[in-house]
Design a binder for this molecule. Structure first.
Ligand code: BG6
Length: 455
């Protein structure tokens, strides 16, 4: 027995994504996605000018990487299929080398007795589709729908759990309100069209999954970052409510309940940013909700009423004095949020089944903690423990959470940040390509074996 004991069917593992782990080989048949293209055009935007071509070389090394899953106690593993690997142009021919690769990877993971959780889309639009207008166009929904169906047909016998999208709000914010994803423009109206089209695509994929595979393991993975107001003042409270509506409920409500929150629709209308939509699409959203939810959580969102009322968003970030920081990544550490998420899903979303699909601590310059042949990442173990305690509290109170997947398995490449922040249970030596289990990887194995831990 351990102090914090999880339910007997609880799953332990990690998440990564195709574009962040696989890398490319000259003859692999993969097409360019938005990241391949961006790196070719502007490599200086990427930390240390490291691009997606290399990533963690999983494409080359998966046969020797997969045993590390067992060695670090995984009972579940999440990755994603790269659309641009399977269908290089996004809407054309299937790349048979990709089919063979993913089938072999998935078979080997299954052979280890590990539950396989596969996501269809992790920020990685094929470039040929982006050139035509990407998610702003309705035709991208059709191409994604076809891609999803091909995945279900090719890999449906091997995959246990599916997801339609990872953090779909991120490309909307980072690509249409910020400068961190392509097309790197500022245009709220286009942002809202992209968000809406993504939701329609997710519903079509969910429908196709239920029709083709008949299972009950389709999800979407959302970064449900709870929004906390600066004060009890009405204006701050309103800001927090709007932040929650825009950043979490914009995908959570249609994905779980099949409808958009009325207050969100009213706000979009008032701004004059209503997307193009049809009654048929709304019916597709209504009738094709997910079976379970993946939740990514890293940091809370603290907000206040906007000081500049001409700005687009109805809230502003607030730096809470005395907040506890992960100094290496610059993100606040607030494990209580996981408890709040658990209770929110229990009380307001029909106590839906869910898993933590990402949680982790990014550390820059992690080699400074290398000692006795291993990264001594006690800070990460403490981070996991604190979050698990809060999650456990939520489960004790009836929340329906069935697994905890950390970010990430082997240190992986991360968009513009490349290898700046390390998250892995397994260290990747960028110079030699060597893999070494970190102290947290060993701890995670014990956590999984004991199905819990001592405080
Ligand atoms: C999550 C994403 O939001 O954050 C991952 O799903 C990403 O793709 C992770 O790698 C960590 O982000 P970063 O910027 O600290 O590397």
């Amino acid at each position: 027995m351990v102090d914090i004991q999880f339910p007997s069917d609880f799953l332990w593992g990690s998440s990564t994504s195709g574009p962040q782990s696989e890398g490319r080989l000259a003859d692999d048949g993969k097409g360019d996605n938005v990241w391949d293209y961006w790196f070719e055009k502007e490599p200086e935007k990427f930390f240390d000018q490291v691009g997606p071509q290399k990533a963690s070389t999983f494409y080359e090394n998966y046969k020797t990487d997969i045993p590390y899953l067992k060695a670090t106690g995984h009972t579940i593993f999440r990755t994603s299929i790269q659309w641009s690997r399977l269908i290089p142009t996004g809407d054309g021919e299937v790349n048979e080398k990709a089919v063979a690769f993913y089938r072999d990877v998935f078979k080997r993971i299954k052979a280890e007795g590990i539950t396989l959780y596969v996501n269809l889309y992790h920020f990685d639009l094929p470039m040929a589709l982006m050139e035509r207008g990407g998610w702003e166009l309705k035709e991208t929904i059709d191409h994604y729908h076809r891609y999803a169906r091909i995945c279900f047909e090719e890999f449906g016998d091997l995959v246990d759990w599916w997801a339609t999208f990872n953090e779909p709000i991120v490309p909307v914010e980072a690509g249409y309100l910020g400068q961190f994803h392509l097309p790197a423009v500022f245009d709220p109206k286009r942002a809202i069209q992209v968000a809406y089209n993504t939701q329609v695509a997710s519903a079509y994929a969910t429908k196709a999954y239920h029709e083709l595979l008949g299972g009950n393991k389709m999800s979407i993975i959302l970064n449900l970052t709870p929004a906390y107001a600066r004060s009890e003042d009405e204006a701050d409270q309103h800001a927090a409510k709007m932040a929650e509506l825009l950043q979490a409920r914009s995908f959570l409500d249609p994905s779980v309940k099949g409808i958009y929150p009325q207050e969100l629709v009213d706000w979009v209308k008032e701004k004059g940013w209503m997307p193009e939509y049809t009654a048929e699409e709304l019916t597709i959203i209504k009738e094709n909700t997910i079976d379970f939810l993946g939740v990514n959580f890293y940091q809370p969102l603290r907000v206040k009423a906007p000081t500049d009322t001409t700005q687009v968003l109805p809230f502003e970030p607030w730096e809470m004095p005395g907040r506890r920081m992960n100094p290496h990544r610059g993100w606040e550490i607030y494990p209580e949020s996981l408890y709040d998420i658990a209770l929110n899903l229990k009380d307001n979303y029909g106590n839906i089944d869910w898993v933590v699909a990402e949680n982790g601590m990014g550390v820059e310059g992690e080699e400074q903690f290398f000692e006795n042949g291993q990264i001594q990442d006690d800070y990460r173990i403490d981070f996991f423990k604190e979050h698990l305690e809060q999650l456990h509290r939520g489960i004790q109170e009836g929340a329906n959470c069935h697994g905890y997947l950390v970010w990430t398995f082997i240190d992986c490449w991360s968009w513009l940040n490349a290898y700046k922040n390390r998250y892995g249970l397994v260290e990747l030596d960028l110079e030699t390509g060597q893999r070494r289990i970190k102290k947290s990887g060993e701890w995670f194995k014990k956590l999984s074996e004991n199905n819990g831990f001592d405080r």
